[in-house]
Design a protein around this ligand. Sequence first.
Ligand code: R1X
Length: 251
Amino acid sequence: MLLPILQIHSEDIPPYAVVCGDPFRAEKIAGKLTGARELAFSREYRTFVGEYEGVSLAVVSHGVGCPGAAVCFEELIRAGVTTLIRVGTAGSYTADVPAGSLVVSTAAIRTDGLTRQLVPDGFPAVADHEVTHALYSAATAMQGVVRKGMTVTVDAFFNGVEEIPHKKFKQAGALGAEMEIAALFVISSLRGARAGAIVAIDGFADQDLAAEYDPHTNVVSDAVEREIEAALKAMVTLAQQDTGTETNDIH
Ligand code: R1X
């Protein structure tokens, strides 16, 4: 079956997929695979397949924001993907989690518009427990700040005249904000797939992004390297659990 928007054939897609926003980050992740092949680059969706430590996986970019990312997640699950891990970036809510930290998202607070068109208010956007555990174990095996908790999914990257209540979300326990995890978790719940997400903190969510946002620093690119490694290692653990060949290496 040809997936009409990703422009890939379902037969070419393994059950495990690492997804990220940026097509060039997908290429970077694919560079860590053996036998990596680019299958398609259609709109913002760039798809590679290859192997990591003997596990076949896909690496696919989903672009910025829930509606576009949802197309990617839906088509991958239709192609037979059972396990998705998002490797992304996010703004932090607290000085304890500065740029260069990693956050494993356990749930997304749904302020986006897309998931409102898919499920009723009150429906949770939650990560799969096993995927979260594998991600957190892999990330904490490396140096650097790693936190686990709720993140907020927003649609607006730059401020308008309406205020996003970042302070309230922070007071209620959220760690930071990004733009696609709610879509990933809700669609995975709806379609019977399992998903997790890890994000590298690249600034503060409630700062004036138009004035101060600079994600192109060494601390951020080091954190992106770590989250990529954590995602790939977590995927290996999950694949080994699926086939009963788990080695307990990272637990
Ligand atoms: O999720 C957010 C979005 O994809 C985080 O960074 C991107 C915008 O730069």
